[in-house]
Write a protein that binds this ligand. Structure first.
Ligand code: COA
Length: 347
């Protein structure tokens, strides 16, 4: 431990945390997530499992854990950055202080400590807080302008009538078939048996790179088959069921759009909408809605969830219109802030 002002720190990785502190720190990570989201957090078992799950190899991380004079952990700072594929000069960070120890300058002290151990290749760091939370007030002290806003919306699944959704899907199947397309069911990693894997992953890369980034400085994502596979595997290890549908050209089996949802066994009341997207040349045919009605039917039939939630860039008008048709209501927003190295070195 290194002495610095009133806190002492452990700097390193999860393995550097003595076992006697692990339960407290795992509980803090859960509290951090619950303060940054309008939704019920995962159960504590999720976080115990997360603590043991190895990170994807493409990412590196460092943590600082702050201890008060009584040697109790009172907060943490985490930073993550890519070491492969793309955006190698960008990272993200998180700061948390337990409620009883706030407004004593510890958040700032943890932040300074964390920033002092960020490797030199990282030039920009991003983080986010729930709109109108204490986290936002804290971040605004260091960075006035936000760079991105994500609106969270959720639909109460008890408001849907399954027979109506099934009827819509029968009509949609015929409609897209008349246009020369088909719908293909997806579960976990089975896209590699159903499509040319390269083409499926290329489609996802195009969809990701077409999402609005507002003022966020992150550059284009590079998605390879290995990378996508490891991202899906990581979700599975964290307890998610990962499923959805793709739309493909009937004649060539070329995938042109997809939707996927995540249903975590440690939080069965919520189903999370992951990607939905259609590549540009095949837009304007209503496929976004087709895909989401299809996945909604499966959610209603197979899951026990109460709410279906999603997050969209505030500027993503097309997706927002689709979600509003699907009874999604705004439940909160997440505000992103970026700091450049010359800015954080002055803190
Ligand atoms: C955000 C958080 C880390 C701040 O911790 P903290 O120890 O209270 O932070 P500090 O005491 O260093 O506060 C620094 C400045 O932030 C601002 N600030 C922090 N909390 C505030 C509040 N409740 N109201 C108004 N301003 C606040 C103030 O400008 C404060 O400076 P001041 O006390 O001199 O006025 C803590 O509230 C927290 O863990 N929140 C939940 C997680 C989160 O949202 N993290 C941030 C995004 S990753």
């Amino acid at each position: 431990m290194i002495n610095l002002n009133s806190l002492t720190f452990i700097v390193g990785d999860r393995k550097d945390i003595p076992e006697k502190y692990q339960d407290t720190i795992i509980g803090m990570i859960r509290n951090f997530d619950s303060e940054r989201s309008p939704f019920e957090p995962h159960s504590i078992e999720f976080y115990r499992n997360y603590w043991k799950t190895p990170r994807p190899l493409e990412r590196e991380a460092i943590s600082v854990y702050g201890f008060n004079k009584s040697k109790e952990p009172i907060g943490f700072g985490h930073a993550f950055w890519n070491i492969k594929y793309d955006n190698l000069d960008h990272g993200s960070y998180q700061i948390y202080v337990v409620p009883e120890e706030r407004r004593k300058g510890y958040g700032t002290e943890i932040m300074r400590k964390l920033f002092s151990v960020i490797p030199p290749q990282i030039k920009i760091l991003v983080t986010s807080a729930l709109g109108e939370s204490v986290g936002e007030l804290f971040l605004q002290k260091f960075q006035k302008e936000s760079c991105f806003e994500e609106l969270y919306r959720a639909a109460d699944l008890s408001e849907f009538n399954i027979d109506e959704i099934k009827a819509i899907n029968i009509k949609e199947k015929q409609r897209i078939s008349d246009l020369g397309y088909k719908i293909v069911e997806l579960e976990s990693l089975d896209y590699s048996n159903k499509f040319d894997e390269e083409k499926y992953v290329r489609m996802i890369e195009r969809i990701w790179n077409d999402m609005p980034r507002e003022e966020m400085s992150f550059g284009e994502d590079v998605i390879t088959p290995d990378r996508y596979q490891s991202l899906v595997e990581y979700n599975l290890q964290k307890g998610d069921r990962n499923f959805g549908y793709a739309i493909a050209v009937k004649e060539t089996n070329e995938p042109v759009g997809h939707t996927r949802v995540l249903y975590n066994k440690y939080r069965p009341s919520l189903v999370e909408q992951d990607d939905t997207g259609v590549v540009r040349e095949h837009r304007g045919k209503g496929f976004g809605l087709t895909l989401k009605y299809k996945v909604l039917e499966k959610i209603l039939v197979e899951l026990n969830a109460k709410y279906w939630y999603t997050g969209n860039a505030g500027s993503n008008e097309h997706m927002i219109r689709i979600n509003e048709k699907l009874k999604h209501k705004v439940v909160g927003k997440k505000i992103f802030y970026e700091l450049k190295r010359d800015e954080w070195e002055l803190i």
